[in-house]
Design a protein around this ligand. Structure first.
Ligand code: AMP
Length: 189
């Protein structure tokens, strides 16, 4: 294993990124950076960023690249990210991926390793519409929009990282999926 583990955990909404990111935090002792959670906190606190982001998030659209890139730039520079981090829900566009690559280089960090969770659309709709996390964007209209946005804007991120992406079946027990991710990380060390 190299000295630093910068992981990108990507996948459609409802693919279990957040759940698995928290398990990887435990396993590798590195923090999770969830741009979605940071933005939801900003909405709750009523900050300027939160005010700008709320309507966009509720509609299932993407917050502007420069906003999330700046969030990650500041977060990843903090000392707890020195051994690495799990990026959950970032990058979500090609532009964010390019910015992340540059930012890792600038800060003298290891390049990111990419784990992509795959789950079929029907299963995603079922999971999101049956979960109850109090999220304003967990409704049918927003889920359809988020799936469309994922295909349009986030699928190209996988192309950006090409063959180095580890595609993991995101259906199964939580333990099984964690084991698949850990095996893929071990294989890429
Ligand atoms: P998530 O918790 O990852 O599902 O994100 C919830 C919402 O936050 C998304 O639907 C977007 O509106 C916004 N968001 C989170 N991460 C990003 C990102 N990297 N780029 C743009 N918007 C984001």
């Amino acid at each position: 294993m190299s000295r630093q583990l910068n992981l990108i955990l990507t996948g459609p909404p409802g693919s279990g990124k957040g759940t698995q990111a928290k398990r990887l935090v435990e396993r590798y002792g590195i923090p999770q950076i969830s741009t979605g959670e940071i933005l939801r906190e900003a909405v709750k606190s009523g900050s300027e960023i939160g005010k700008r982001a709320k309507a966009i998030m509720d509609a299932g659209e993407l917050v502007p690249d420069e906003v999330v890139i700046e969030i990650v730039r500041q977060r990843i520079a903090r000392p707890d990210c020195k051994p690495g981090c799990v990026l959950d829900g970032f990058p979500r566009t090609q532009k964010q991926a390019v910015a992340l690559d540059a930012l890792l280089k600038e800060q003298g960090r290891e390049p990111a390793r990419v784990i992509a969770l795959t789950v079929a659309d029907d299963e995603i709709r079922r999971r999101i519409l049956s979960r109850n996390e109090g999220r304003a964007d967990d409704n049918e209209e927003s889920v359809n929009k988020r799936l469309e946005v994922f295909r349009r804007d986030t699928a190209p991120v996988l192309a950006h990282y090409g063959k180095s992406v580890a595609k993991i079946d995101g259906v199964g027990s939580m333990d099984d999926i964690t084991a698949r991710i850990v095996a893929a990380i071990g294989a890429s060390a």
